[in-house]
Design a protein around this ligand. Sequence first.
Ligand code: HEM
Length: 408
Amino acid sequence: MAQALQRRLNSIDVSDPRLYQDDTWRPLFAQLRRDDPVHYCEASAFGPYWSVTRYDDIFAVELDHENYSSSSDLGGIQITDQPKGQEFANFIRMDPPGHTAHRRTVAPIVAPSNLANLEALIRKRTSDVLDALPRNETFDWVARVSTDLTNMMLATLFDFPWADREKLTWWSDVAIANVAAPDAVVHSAEERIAELGKMGEYFRKLWDARASAAPTFDLISMLAHSPATSNLQAREFIGTIALLIVGGNDTTRNSMTGGLMALVENPEQFELVRAKRELIPNLVSETIRYQSPVLHMRRTARNDVELAGRRIAKGDKVVMWYISGNRDEDKIDRPDEFIVDRAKPRQHLAFGAGIHRCVGDRLAEQQIRILWEEVLQRDLRFEIMGPAQRLCSNFIRGIRELPVRIVN
Ligand code: HEM
């Protein structure tokens, strides 16, 4: 029996992106949390790696950045290593002190005072997008709502040329693409590098213009004028821009889509927020936990280290599965259920923790909160008209298409 269990555990490889495309990951992680919470997979398409699957263990790795490095020199933050010599470094792939200085440069864009300034703009755009939706006709929620809203937000943060703003969504999709997947927007590392090179050229022109002008309150100007980031080398320049685009785009987009799915699939929860609008902030946190738009972050052990009784060797790949920590039954009550009035809705790992905790968390919550406020304001009611098309990725839990209809 024990041997059969061991054999079963040995065969588990949660890095397979099809688990997330087919949405079949739950039983595997439930078993790992129960029987082998810090699990070693000896052979995978991404080489050997450790999976950290329980909430508290993920938290412990996040806080121990001395032992668990994010550095791109050691492999970075995804289970997939970037091709050697072709890494796009940026501050999510750095340890202190470099990380600290770069993060500090962009943080003012999401400071509470700026978020307060953005509130009316986000509300106006959200209202316009919702008012333009067809009634009693099927449309794609991802394209018409989630992508459009997050794309406009990014264009604002960068003060990016408005007419070209769809390029931001394209570059974000390119940056996170699993090039081995049939649904990928680019099919090789070379193709990705070529596309991101074009992004670099486009941004370089904006950057040069802003560097030679007086500072303005947008991400490009902030980076161009900060001593920490004004002289980024070509690859780091591209990497930093890509980080900010992906960070602000995919994650919020997929929370907006995952939220609609969860509300329609749990109509009594939708009724509850309709009746009690003060639950909207809880709904936002619950949606982000339930969707877990970033499936994992990876670290590399800088030293031999012990975690939950397992010996991790220096140089090993350690993958923190947020999707699993957010379903940890020892930490979260009835974690597989979508419950908008949880006692502690903010207790989740979807934004990470520690020094790399998402810098845009409050902005993401604000955008999603305003979306549901405006949906409820209009009392929109939805029907899902077909299956969601999910992304074939082990990094982003993405929904590429969701056919819906407004039925009132
Ligand atoms: C629901 C939406 C979002 C989710 C779930 C999310 C998730 C995450 C996660 C898991 C991390 C890594 C945390 C860690 O390693 O501990 C992260 C980092 C980051 N996020 Fe987000 N994010 C979201 C929205 C945003 C937005 C709107 C922005 C920008 C406007 C953004 C920008 C970033 C940046 C720049 C980092 C790197 C931080 C660092 O290394 O210090 N994110 N995010």
